[in-house]
Design a protein around this ligand. Structure first.
Ligand SMILES: Nc1ncnc2c1ncn2[C@@H]1O[C@H](COP(=O)(O)OP(=O)(O)OP(=O)(O)O)[C@@H](O)[C@H]1O
Length: 435
């Protein structure tokens, strides 16, 4: 174990999953005696070493086994196979609720919790003011912990965990609770831990933080380590994997929607012909998310990448094309305009334009497709939705669809905001001659 703080050798762990959760104790005894459960391996043959002074991160989807592995490292759980060897004093910050007594005050919990980590009462006396100050609990420290919010709770737990002077710190998803300011404080504390040469195992879904802080990442997928190594590379491969899975899910979803739309289209056109023979067609069929008099109807909206493939994930800065298929009562359409609007999921409009603004004159056929080519999709990474519309030049809507589709822009950069503005950084150091 020379130079090694944690050695995990061929660890496997299984849980019993009961098919029907028994409601009563009697049922539970009967079910258990009948053995109505399945065994599920949540970790399979996991092996790795953490060198002293290194920070490693565990990434992976929900339920992949990361927390179970951390619990095995803290000895809360025992592995069914394999072994764990640890050299040094371990402090851990696991799930909310572990280790505190709800009816005791924050102050009492500090004494109890820190003594579990091996500190004497005298040592705790010397540190308690700093623990309370770091946790930012003020007078609430005299209140029972059951009255705390999840943020207050985590602040106290984090503060104790980092003040007991551990050699090894195990942290599970602290960034999910607490406000931004406290998260930053936690991260800078973790960084100072690192610089003191402590060993850290960290679990988080914040890939940016994982990439920045960790020396090495382990990607756990369906109970196994599928990749480990340099954080940037592992995060990229993991993000590509997530994007591909999401792409497949959205494609399946949109195939279902397209089938529904096709069926709806047949009914709508039949109804429209019938109405056009009988009435002046200005009836407004206003529905949430879609409205207009339907003299022209948008029948399908798709977005494709530079290879012409219909997608839901697009690379930042690469070309995309939007196709808007329509069916129209041509003779009754006057001065048609097609428009698009791209929004962030919170409703913030990123960009909108139409054929009138762009000075494109359009005359419709009975059916057709309008194509909008975007040379560079210069949006920052994130999820967006697209509104499409066909309306009269005076604004009267023929068909307006909000959230006609949603799409994601992917990028490995961590820029913020809405649009990517092409730029360069220049540093003029030394004696700059301003003349
Ligand atoms: N005590 C338990 N009994 C039965 N199954 C459990 C138990 N604890 C965890 N599991 C199951 O084990 C699997 C792994 O869970 P674990 O919490 O380790 O995943 P995770 O990667 O930490 O997920 P997340 O990112 O959501 O925290 C999940 O399918 C979970 O439902």
């Amino acid at each position: 174990m020379s130079g090694i703080a944690i050695k995990v050798s061929n660890v496997s762990k299984k849980f019993k999953i009961f098919e029907d959760k028994p409601a009563t104790l009697k049922d539970r005894i009967i079910f258990r005696s009948k053995g109505v459960y399945q065994e599920k391996w949540v970790l399979r043959d996991i092996s790795f070493d953490v060198p002293k002074g290194k920070m490693i991160g565990l990434i992976g989807r929900n339920g992949s086994g990361k927390s179970t592995l951390l619990k095995i490292l803290t000895r809360i759980l025992q592995p069914d196979k394999g072994s764990v060897e640890i050299v040094g004093r371990v402090s851990s910050l696991l799930e909310l609720g572990a280790g505190f007594h709800m009816d005791f005050t924050g102050r009492e919990n500090i004494y109890m919790n820190a003594s579990i980590f091996g500190l004497s009462r005298k040592e705790i006396d010397g540190k308690i003011d700093e623990i309370i100050r770091f946790a930012e609990l003020g007078p609430f420290i005299e209140n029972p912990v059951r009255t705390y919010s999840s943020g207050m709770y985590m602040r106290l737990a984090f503060s104790i965990a980092v003040h007991v002077d551990p050699d090894i710190l195990l942290i599970d998803e602290i960034l999910a609770v607490g406000d931004n300011a406290f998260q930053k404080k936690c991260i800078s504390r973790i960084e100072s831990f690192k610089s003191q040469g402590k060993t850290i195992v960290f679990v988080s879904h914040d890939n940016g933080v994982m990439e920045r802080l960790c020396d090495e990442l382990y990607w756990i997928h369906e109970s196994e380590i599928v990749q480990h190594g340099e954080p940037r590379k592992v995060v990229r491969d993991y993000m590509d994997f997530l994007n591909d899975s999401e792409e497949r899910r959205l494609t399946e979803e949109s195939e279902i929607v397209a089938t529904l739309m096709e069926n709806a289209e047949i009914v709508d056109i039949a109804e429209k012909v019938e109405k056009s023979e009988k009435t002046e067609k200005t009836e407004k069929t206003e529905k949430a998310g879609r409205w207009g008099n339907k003299l022209a109807e948008i029948t399908r909206v798709t977005m494709v990448d530079s290879k012409g493939e219909e997608k839901h994930f697009f690379d930042k800065g690469k070309p995309v094309t939007i196709f808007i298929a329509y069916a129209a009562l041509k003779a009754q359409i006057d001065k048609p305009v097609f428009g698009i609007g791209i929004y962030k999921m919170d409703g913030y409009c990123c960009y909108g334009t139409n054929t009138h603004i762009d000075n494109e004159k359009i005359s419709l056929d009975n059916t057709g497709v309008i194509e909008v080519s975007i040379e560079n999709l210069n949006l920052v990474a994130g999820e967006y939705y697209l509104d499409v519309a066909c309306h009269h030049e005076d604004g009267t809507p023929y068909d307006y669809i909000t959230k006609a589709l949603t799409f994601n822009v992917k990028s490995y950069e961590e820029e913020i905001g809405v649009a990517y503005l092409a730029h360069q950084w220049v540093h003029k150091g030394g004696n700059v001659n301003n003349e």
